[in-house]
Design a protein around this ligand. Structure first.
Ligand code: ZN
Length: 513
């Protein structure tokens, strides 16, 4: 074969593989839009049929992806890219498709479709049980979810010395193991506990007044959309709607669907969750349209995804620099309603630390404690050490132990999160890993971009977004979490930048520095 002919057959092998994975992406992204619709628009009566639609799409995409023909296409493409450097985009695409294919082929089609159908129905049951504060209603659905996820873990397998939880977590954060997570959580818990103890005895209490100030929902909606646009979310390629649980989904980098929710008493809740979801949304919008459906056009994993949302929500949205700009915008949306709040009141409101029951409303100081509790519980449920029936009691015990709180009811306890009803077990720790990465990335961005925060005070956020686009978004799935962290910041992932961020901000705010 001549060199040109070999090149042509290599290109043809890649083209054939790309064609196949795009078919899968078409099916998966259709399911994603249906999932968004279920949470935002669908009438309640639609749930049975929607569950059947989603199960059917899951079956079809699983069949298409796991066929032996796909395996042959991967093998041919692997030969074609063998001579390229390891981090070449084509080579990364084939490596990651192969990894996904090997995982997916271990799962029987019946299990995949049953899990899809179960999660659609269980989410619906969870929402009703949560509203009625009725854990026994949700219990059989969670029992079935745990059972099927245990089967899934058995099919996928886990490395020697590991445990079933690892097999499930790998889908959200490749290679993540429970022992490794525990080694991050244990020292972090001690450090956070130490900080919380200091704040508890502090001489100054930040004012909570802005948090308790009622503002019209329609005005809040206009304001948070304005902020989302200003930080860089492109509304010609995305939407912001309302849902019970804020999330970011969609079907394509040019069709990103994010949601938020509004509470009359607190614009900071809607603002925080909008900036959070916009962080996810801008990551999606920053992925390569040419590589759509291919690993180089996908997010690196959920921890990196979460680093983007946490960075905009916390490092930007709770900063004095951000509020210096945002304060001047308030009259255009709320008239005189916010006039009596000083800049210090706004910064205080965004940074009050107060242990609470609800993870999504938690401040930066206590947030990771909520994640640690969920990790312990899901790990024990999957191992078989904790029966679903005993979940509420053990949940409440951990809230007492970690945060000193007495959980008043299951609605504000073990029924608060959607994740387990969706079958997402092994997902929660990515929130903390993402929080650590956010702090580490932001420290580096500050060094690389002099005057970064000075720009925030004028409402200029584009240097930060540009930096993230180049260093994180354009990298697709080339690196795993730790590899990306080392490449961008020059160091392994660590809790030090997060602790520096929290102490540097909270100690002065509480009159301790
Ligand atoms: Zn998130």
């Amino acid at each position: 074969m001549t060199a040109t002919a070999a090149h042509d057959s290599g290109t043809a092998a890649m083209a054939a593989l790309i064609g196949r994975v795009r078919e899968v992406k078409l099916l998966e992204s259709t399911a994603s839009v249906l999932g968004w619709d279920q949470e935002t628009m669908m009438p309640e009566g639609g749930v049975e049929w929607r569950s059947a639609q989603l199960a059917h799409l899951a079956r079809l995409s699983h069949q298409t992806f796991t066929s032996t023909q796909t395996g042959d296409l991967i093998a041919a493409a692997m030969d074609a890219v063998a001579g390229l450097p390891e981090d070449h985009p084509d080579r990364v695409d084939v490596r990651e498709i192969d990894r996904d294919w090997r995982k997916a082929t271990r799962l029987p089609e019946a299990l995949v479709s049953e899990l899809a159908e179960l999660s659609s129905k269980a989410m619906h049951e969870w929402a009703a049980a949560r509203q009625a504060n009725d854990f026994p209603r949700f219990q059989p659905w969670l029992e079935r979810t745990v059972e099927l996820n245990r089967q899934k873990a058995e099919c996928l397998g886990w490395p020697a010395g590991g445990e079933p939880w690892d097999a499930l977590a790998d889908s959200y954060e490749p290679g993540l193991a429970a022992v490794e997570m525990q080694a991050v959580f244990e020292p972090l818990r001690k450090r956070l506990q130490g900080l919380l103890d200091r704040l508890r005895g502090a001489p100054r209490r930040p004012s909570n007044g802005f948090n308790e100030h009622a503002l019209a929902l329609a005005d809040q909606e206009r304001f948070v959309k304005f902020v989302a646009r200003r930080i860089g979310f492109d509304f010609s390629r995305g939407r912001l709607d309302r849902s019970t649980h804020p999330f970011c989904g969609g079907s394509h980098c040019n069709d990103v669907r994010m949601t938020t929710r509004y509470l009359e008493t607190c614009v900071l809740d809607a603002l925080g969750s909008t900036m959070h979801e916009a962080g996810h949304g801008m990551y999606e919008q920053g992925l390569s349209a040419e590589r759509i459906g291919l690993p180089m056009g996908e997010a690196a994993g959920l921890s990196v995804h979460e680093s983007q949302s946490r960075l905009w929500e916390n490092q930007v949205g709770r900063s004095r620099a951000f509020w210096t700009w945002a304060q001047g915008q308030l009259p255009a949306f709320f008239g005189e309603a916010c006039d009596r709040f000083s800049l210090q009141d706004l910064v205080d409101g965004a940074n009050v630390v107060e242990p609470g029951f609800i993870r999504v409303e938690a401040d930066e100081g206590t947030y990771n404690m909520h994640v640690m509790i969920r990790f312990e519980l899901e790990r024990a449920m999957i191992k078989g050490d904790l029966k679903v029936a005993d979940l509420p009691g053990v949940w409440n015990g951990l809230y007492k132990d970690f945060l000193g709180l007495t959980v008043p009811d299951d609605r504000r306890g073990c029924l608060q999160d959607v994740h387990w009803s969706m079958g997402a077990i092994g997902y929660f720790p990515t929130y903390t890993l993402g929080t650590l990465l956010a702090a580490q990335l932001f420290e580096k961005a500050r060094t690389d971009l002099p005057g970064l925060e000075e720009g925030f005070t004028r409402g200029d956020f584009s240097p930060l977004l540009g930096w993230l686009r180049k260093n994180v978004h354009a990298e697709g799935r080339r690196h795993r979490l730790d590899g990306l962290c080392r490449k961008v910041t020059g160091k392994p992932l660590s809790a030090d930048p997060l602790m520096r961020h929290l102490e540097g901000k909270l100690l002065p705010l509480y009159g301790l520095a």
